[in-house]
Design a protein around this ligand. Structure first.
Ligand code: NAD
Length: 311
């Protein structure tokens, strides 16, 4: 449906998402500030552009997958950004898949909706921005099994659905602008706190003489069952194929988790919500990072705090 899909941010996630777009038959143009990554794509015959503005000029839809709110804001509004040079833009749809705060998503969505569309393409008079962060991580990005949580105009969401499904297995419409970003940080907050609870309970069980595999079996057949117990268990040896069984490597890094909790804390503060669990979780994950575990999977909190490893 879309002519050219512009993609900005070819990191761990973005590079794999682009591969899946290409596999699905989309024509793409890509940009990243990292020269080596651009060279790699160019050598594979993928068209590259040297600025976000050039991406906007040559694309009908643009996807961004960048580290944080300030990067996304810059790529949209900065010098040679997507919206550079007046307010007429070519892409009818701009989709940000980065994990950022809902306030920035809403601000950008409002800026985009005030732009006009160059030419007659697209179904809306004005271009539309969707916030569509993902759940699933690098493996899901590679296998095209991401879940997209989407905020913005519903018509735009319906229009974008097939495109998103070429990189994922599920899309969930969360409501107006910023609601995708809100859903993402709430999901990750619950996951972060859940991981701490499961780790602490499994460590207590071990100290009381129950091994972690047996206790996990109990949890997973009882009311403590959750993602951290049945899919991503933090105790080495309890499950195969998870970061805890490969020395906490190749997972969702503690630094990204700390970033997401920061976003949740800032949002909770802004709306005046009490957030004691967020505060505690933030302290713990920041401490992990300060102690040299930034790059390790966030489930290494089990080893760091409780020391145990015997499943
Ligand atoms: P990454 O750091 O591997 O990749 C980010 C890419 O953006 C890099 O290639 C970098 O060079 C590029 N970049 C930075 N600033 C730029 C700019 N101004 N213009 C163009 N390119 C720029 O990060 P990632 O792991 O791919 O994560 C991307 C986003 O996805 C983050 O918001 C992250 O929180 C979210 N996310 C990550 C995971 C995961 O498991 N890695 C899972 C879910 C969501």
């Amino acid at each position: 449906k879309f002519g050219v899909v512009g993609f900005i941010g070819l990191g761990n996630m973005g590079s794999r998402m682009v591969d899946n777009l290409i596999k699905a038959g989309y024509r793409v143009a890509v940009h990243d500030i990292n020269y080596n990554v651009m060279k790699m794509f160019s050598e594979r015959g993928v068209p590259t552009r040297s600025t976000p503005y050039e991406i906007a000029e040559s694309s009908d839809v643009v996807i961004t997958m960048l580290p944080s709110s300030s990067h996304v804001f810059d790529v949209y509004t900065g010098e040679n950004g997507l919206l550079h040079r007046g307010n007429a833009v070519k892409p009818s749809l701009l989709i940000d898949c980065s994990t950022i705060d809902p306030q920035t998503s809403r601000k950008l969505s409002a800026i985009v909706s005030e732009c006009t569309l160059k030419g007659e393409k697209g179904n809306w008079r004005n271009p539309v921005m969707l916030d569509a962060p993902v759940s699933g991580g690098v493996i899901a990005a590679e296998y095209g099994t991401l879940t997209f949580m989407v905020g913005g105009l519903e018509e735009a969401y319906l229009e974008a659905r097939l495109l998103l499904l070429s990189m994922g297995k599920k899309t969930i419409y969360c409501g107006g602008a910023g609601n995708g970003s809100a859903a993402k940080i709430c999901n990750n907050l619950a996951m972060a706190v859940g991981m701490l609870g499961v780790s602490e309970a499994l460590a207590l069980g071990q100290s009381l003489g129950i091994n972690a595999s047996t206790l996990t079996d109990v949890f997973n057949s009882s009311s403590a069952r959750c993602w951290s117990s049945d899919t991503y268990n933090p105790v080495p040896g309890v499950m195969e194929g998870v970061p805890s069984s490969r020395n906490y490597e190749d997972g969702f890094s503690s630094i990204l988790m700390a970033k997401d909790i920061d976003l949740a804390a800032a949002s909770a503060k802004e709306v005046g919500l009490k957030f004691p669990m967020t505060v505690q979780a933030r302290e713990i994950y920041l401490e992990l990072c300060d102690n040299g575990h930034k790059a390790e999977d966030f489930s290494c909190v089990f080893r760091h705090y409780y020391g145990g490893s015997d499943a």
